[in-house]
Design a protein around this ligand. Structure first.
Ligand SMILES: *Cc1c(COP(=O)(O)O)cnc(C)c1O
Length: 358
């Protein structure tokens, strides 16, 4: 820490992103990226015309992209906010809606960015434990009288709540924000977007990073009541009005054509098939696998230390994610990639288990 850091920031505990290693070629199953390239129309858009216009600022209102999202989700343009990844939008939401008088609650095991943002802004917050089976107990969030932030499906468990359960949470906290982070919703869960028409306090956040194969483009969006979106815009315009560049805007719009969305949906189906295959093969090998509706599985091998298994896989050239946190230390979060990548993971596990048995 330098002597220049403000007192307010002195206790900062930044988020630790998954590794993007450069030392060797890994089978990379650690950051829930898509194994598939972006849609052909997206690649064409990136290679296309916007490069010549980089001397000009992008459209701060992101009109074309917002219009495409509004059409895709059946909402109005005033119900859509876009920015530089959903992380950016989560940041706006914590800034806009949480404060000393507006505490926030989220699951104790969930996306690591929530406690980081709560710490960054010194917000009163409650981390609510999961049940023994790692599921969220909805009753913990009913009538809380606090802001609620949930990932659905949850990360890193992959377990999802039903839309009816989220509705009960939104309906019972009418004076507080209920934010549903749907980063993984396209892999088999049901979206709460339709509920945003009936609940002014419900904000749904999604991303192009996972199901749309565009983690490198940094595109996230929120859908909610015009009032919530206007508040978020105010924060966006107070920090970085041009948070999306011209190339990303063109890529995002191209990702929402019918053709591109059909390509994404087909890729999601493949990931779901590979998830079922991986779950079955891991189970055969003695793993306990949490039933996932995301593009990853959360699994442990009873009697095996999670950190050691992570290290052994890494030595075999397979990168997964391990969280050194109470309650989940023995689990690994394994991104679902291509069939070939999943077979490489299984082969590496077989080598490790054979070595252990010898
Ligand atoms: C990946 C992820 C995000 C971040 O998405 P970006 O749009 O890439 O910033 C947000 N929330 C959850 C739960 C995620 O897993």
């Amino acid at each position: 820490m330098s002597r220049f850091l403000s007192a307010r920031m002195a206790a900062l505990e930044p988020y630790v992103p998954g590794e993007q290693p450069r030392d060797r070629q890994y089978v990379k199953l650690n950051t829930n990226e898509s194994p598939f390239p972006p849609a052909p129309g997206v690649i064409a858009a990136v290679r296309g015309a916007e490069a010549e216009r980089l001397n000009l600022y992008p459209d701060p209102t992101c009109r074309d992209l917002r219009r495409a999202l509004a059409a895709r989700f059946g909402v109005g343009e005033e119900n859509v906010l876009v920015s530089n990844g959903s992380d950016d939008i989560l940041n706006f939401a914590f800034q806009a809606f949480c404060g000393p008088d507006k505490p926030v609650a989220f699951p104790a095991v969930s996306y690591g960015f929530y406690p980081v943002l709560a710490g960054l802004y010194g917000l009163p917050h409650t981390a609510i434990p999961l049940r023994e089976d790692l599921s969220i107990d909805v009753t913990d969030y009913i009538g809380r009288g606090e802001n609620v932030v949930l990932a659905n499906p949850n990360a890193p468990t992959g377990l999802a709540l039903g839309v009816d359960e989220i509705e009960r949470i939104a309906a019972s906290n009418p004076d507080h924000l209920v934010l549903v982070d749907e980063a993984y919703v396209d892999f088999g869960a049901e979206s709460c977007v339709p509920l945003t028409k009936r609940y002014e306090n419900l904000l749904v956040v999604q991303t192009f990073s996972k199901s749309r194969s565009m983690a490198g483009a940094r595109l996230g969006f929120a859908i909610g009541s015009a009032a919530l979106i206007a508040d978020l815009e105010a924060v966006k315009y107070s920090t970085n009005p041009y948070s999306l560049d011209r190339v990303a805007l063109a890529a995002g719009t191209a990702a929402l054509t019918e053709e591109s969305e059909a390509y994404h949906a087909a890729n999601c189906r493949t990931v779901m098939e590979n998830r079922a295959y991986t779950t079955e093969e891991l189970t055969k090998r003695g793993f306990t696998v949490v039933p996932s509706l995301a593009n990853f599985v959360f699994a442990r091998l009873p009697g095996t230390d999670g950190a050691q298994l992570y290290d052994a896989l890494r030595r075999q050239g397979v990168l997964v994610r391990h969280f050194n946190k109470p309650g989940i230390r023995d689990y690994l979060r394994i991104t679902i990639g291509s069939k070939a990548e999943m077979d490489a993971l299984l082969a590496a596990l077989d080598v490790i288990c054979n070595e252990k048995g010898e």
